[in-house]
Design a protein around this ligand. Structure first.
Ligand code: NOJ
Length: 598
């Protein structure tokens, strides 16, 4: 064994499967996914080689931001089910030897949460200080202004909302209906821990994915953000309000509770490009979080002034490789840990974003990305539908009216306001950006069976003779071509390949999960060639060669120095996206190969 025992942990080697409750499986035919639907698919999930499921927010919520606006941490959104349904899910997950994580959304609540209702009731409400209230500023000509220039994360408006009744602004880094909690107040923190964490830990959940984990502590003076978009008064401010001075104190408090339950954590860590800063959250010694989602890869190609102010494929392969390398570098020579992911509910489909979703290429492209991910270090996360190679909904068959996400709608509205509702060119550019990057693509109901009504989203209800309603979001137009049913027994399917790669990753965990990553050709515009090396002086290493183009390519065996070996090595092919057809030095379109370097 090349990795010392104290570095090996079950959660480092685990595969986590992320579930979006509204869109996973509808058991009762109301067109909305639900908790019993998730329970009914646990055998399928386990059969992929998954160790942990992560459920996106299923709490009671007005659903302004699909459950990331919670009105009661201790109840379940009724269309999804009940607390009893969750207890059954927890039990059934454990019965299959898997664990379950929930989403912990505690930077903000819904404005419909009892705490906020009380807080906004009057300036001397006992809960006034549970949220962030500030008086207005005034311009020289007496115009009322918000306390600073921070832009909300959705659209182009201010992160502050004026409250007429009490004549103050409250802060909402996301939607107006998502007021930020005031973490400076110890009483608020205790209430958060009890209601959002302990309530569910006591019911047996094994950990949390922690939403926007670096936003709880704001800089005390709430300073203005630098102006990057002179066309508007409100500026992207993540670099100002993330990673504030008391972050680690707060996470230390949370960690003490989580440790009592043996719960694991993965924090969402936007706006933190500096590896040393990331390490302060995930160094084992720091006792804060087990791991984080760094944004290096998912930020590739996004716009400078606004995420959607970009055009499709606005990056070159070296940019993508550098981003992968940055996340991987966190673990090199450190006691920190990170994650491997290309998709989640906030991202478009990875085949469309980073590879090629044309019908003739998408299967191979999906396998290429699966092979790449399975060879990267960190804990592996897979998002529902990724295992069958789902792609973005095409522009022609999925009009902009089908998009429902607040992030997409706020952006589209901003473009209309800025350029006019008749500006076809700007609106079309905006639609292109959404078709490429919108969160909606990940949220389209899961196509279980392309031959069934609505892609099989409510199949069990239909089979039981129940009336089945149209899903809450229009079904995927490609459900007949990309679905679970047709891939289950097809040994050449993307699904079969993911299963194979997850087994392969476990078999070679020393190198693939725990090893060190080194990019051998960072400047190559077509190929991604990297090596995985043992962390300690072992002998094995693996070479991974990936063709990101739709044409054949050749590659030269890296020199012994590049490979870090003494003499000309022998390369033994041990995995390929094109089994039986791979040749050393050659790559078919979107082919990936893995070699043992001897
Ligand atoms: C990150 C979540 O992943 C996203 O879906 C949500 O909109 C924001 N945080 C606000 O909670």
């Amino acid at each position: 064994m090349t990795v010392t025992d104290h570095e090996r942990q079950w959660w480092k080697q685990a595969v986590v499967y992320q579930i979006y409750p509204a869109s996973f499986c509808d058991s009762n035919g109301d067109g909305i996914g639900d908790i019993p639907g998730i329970t009914s698919k646990l055998d399928y999930i386990a059969s992929l080689g998954v160790d942990v499921i992560w459920i996106c927010p299923m709490y009671d919520s007005p659903q302004v931001d699909m459950g990331y606006d919670i009105s009661n941490y201790e109840d379940v959104y009724r269309p999804y089910g009940t607390v009893q349904d969750m207890e059954a899910l927890i039990q059934e997950t454990h019965a299959r030897g898997m664990r379950i994580m929930l989403d912990l959304v505690i930077n903000h609540t819904s404005d419909q949460h009892a705490w906020f209702k009380e807080s906004r009731a009057s300036k001397d409400s006992p809960k006034r200080d549970w949220y962030i209230w500030r008086p207005a500023k005034y311009s020289p000509d007496g115009k009322r202004l918000p306390p600073n220039n921070w832009r909300s994360n959705f659209g182009g408006g201010s992160a502050w909302e004026w409250d007429e009744q009490t004549q103050e602004y409250y802060l909402h880094l996301f939607a107006t209906e998502q007021p930020d909690l005031n973490w400076e107040n110890p009483e608020t923190r205790r209430a958060i821990y009890a209601s959002a964490m302990e309530f569910w830990l006591d019911r047996g959940v094994d950990g949390f994915r922690i939403d926007t984990v670096n936003m709880y502590s704001k800089p005390p003076t709430l300073p203005d953000a630098p102006v990057v978009d002179p066309k508007t008064p409100y500026q992207p401010a993540g670099m100002v309000y993330c990673n504030g001075p008391r972050m680690h104190e707060f996470l230390g408090e949370m960690n003490a509770i989580l440790t009592e339950y043996g719960a694991i954590t993965v924090g969402e860590l936007p706006w933190t490009p500096d590896t040393q800063r990331v390490l302060q959250y995930v160094s084992a010694k720091a006792k804060q979080l087990n791991m984080v989602f760094q944004f290096d890869v998912v930020d590739v190609g996004i716009g400078k002034t606004h995420k959607f102010a970009t055009t499709p494929k606005n990056f070159a392969l070296p940019d993508f490789k550098a981003a992968v390398g940055l996340t991987q570098a966190l673990m090199r020579g450190s006691d920190g840990w990170s994650t491997v992911f290309l998709e989640n509910h906030d991202q478009a489909r990875s085949v469309s974003r980073f590879a090629d979703d044309r019908p003739e290429h998408r299967v191979r492209a999906a396998k290429l990305l699966a092979l790449m991910e399975a060879c990267l270090s960190g804990t592996q996360y897979i998002y529902q539908g990724q295992e069958i190679g789902l792609v973005n909904a095409p522009k022609e068959s999925y009009p902009v009216e089908n998009y429902l996400d607040i992030d997409s709608l706020s952006f589209y509205k901003m473009v209309k306001e800025r350029y006019g509702v008749d500006n076809k060119a700007e609106l079309d550019k905006a639609f292109d950006a959404l078709q490429y990057m919108a969160r909606d693509h990940a949220r389209i109901p899961m196509p279980w069976n392309g031959k069934a009504k609505y892609g099989g989203f409510s199949e069990a209800a239909e089979e039981a003779g129940k009336e089945v309603k149209e899903p809450w979001m229009k079904p995927h137009p490609l459900a007949a071509q990309i679905d679970v049913a047709s891939q289950l027994d097809d040994p050449d399917s993307v699904l079969a390949f993911w299963r194979k790669m997850l087994r392969f990753r476990q078999q070679h965990a020393d190198l693939l999960v725990y090893g060190d990553f080194r990019d051998l050709r960072p400047q190559d515009k077509d190929l991604f060639i990297f090596i995985k090396e043992p962390r300690h002086h072992g002998v094995d290493r693996m070479l991974v060669v990936l063709n990101f183009t739709s044409e054949e390519r050749t590659w030269e065996t890296p020199s012994p120095e590049e490979l870090g070996v003494l003499k000309a090595p022998e390369l033994v092919l041990i995995m390929s996206t094109h089994p039986g057809k791979s040749r050393e030095g050659q790559l078919a379109a979107f082919e990936g190969q893995v070699y043992l370097v001897i």
